[in-house]
Design a protein around this ligand. Sequence first.
Ligand code: ADP
Length: 391
Amino acid sequence: MDAQMTDTETLGVVGGGQLGRMLAEAAAPLGVEVVVLDPTPNCPASPVARDQIVGEFTDEEAVRELAARSDYLTYEIELADPDLLETVEAEYGVPVNPDPGTLRTIQDKLVQNQTLAEAGVPVPEFRRVDDRADLEAALDEFGYPVMLKAREGGYDGRGNVPVEDETDVDEALAEIDADGVHAVVEEFVDFEREVSVIGVEGTDESATFPLGENVHREEILRETVVPARTDDAVAERAGEVAEDVLDLLSGRGVYGIEMFETSEGEILVNEIAPRPHNSGHYTIEGALTSQFEQHARAVTGRPLGATDLRSPVASANLLGGGEERRPADHSGDDAVLSHPDASLHWYGKHEVYPLRKMGHLTVVGGRDSRDDDVDDLLRTARDLRDEVTFE
Ligand code: ADP
């Protein structure tokens, strides 16, 4: 295989946000150049990618141009169009990974839950909701509270509405979809903690990173600590569930597998992303191979790297604060950069608005003796995060 490789190969990526940016950075040392397709001129990936095609993720002409210029195709956003990816895969002979069929399954939260449940992968109890009667029937079964989720298009908690009691029902239905309900309702999981496994499917091999623990607020990921502060038995079980998910879904690449650990120590899969995941950003400094390098290796048919931790690690998202959309001026970088265990990542977004993912920082254990377990690492990560403020 080595002998057949050209000096530089091109990986086409639908989406050019921070995931595309970190993917392009990781792909370059492998001899893989990235071209991204993104509608926003000067998108986060564009300064580090070979080139950007400016176009919508689902624009046929733009996706065709991307396929024509690429040796391999992948996507870093679930808004890619699986039908179009299948078409260009067949017409241009460019392999698309993960499989467009996997993307189709994951785009619909009902189909995703059904696919997992049918394969015996544990998920929260769920029911399809097409109208008010369906929701009422589910409420009779599950009781309050429940989580109503739009089947398609949700991210960072948008499209999810908790229903606490009957006074919430009308508003929740209206919020999910004004023109006709297309939703899934789930039992409200009383979780002990949220955890995730970053898994990677290669050509004839697969691998999983250690279990991470995720702290969400307002349904947005704030911090990740690895290893998760749970029992070995739970971590082992989560790893097995992740392996089952990798076996079930087709296509090479990285998968972010988000799970709940219930108060009984049971693992339930919440959601799968067929791409590098925010809860895996810690792998850049914290693991022997980053999730982005793994994705680049996997989708270009290269051998996978080792997934061991270098040390315990914590990461924190740098989210936009304030009230309105404005230029992304900020301060506090020096506090992060002066810390011996910390690394800073800005995503190159020019405007900030509340809760926008602007960057992240990672604290790896080791140099500073104050950072010797995950609680300390998490505390340090939060303190440094709080130093960074947007004007
Ligand atoms: P998104 O696709 O927007 O990321 P998720 O479905 O992952 O949304 O939900 C976001 C967050 O909402 C989860 O991380 C969790 O905190 C909470 N959540 C989602 N589903 C449930 C549920 N069934 N029970 C309790 N909390 C939930």
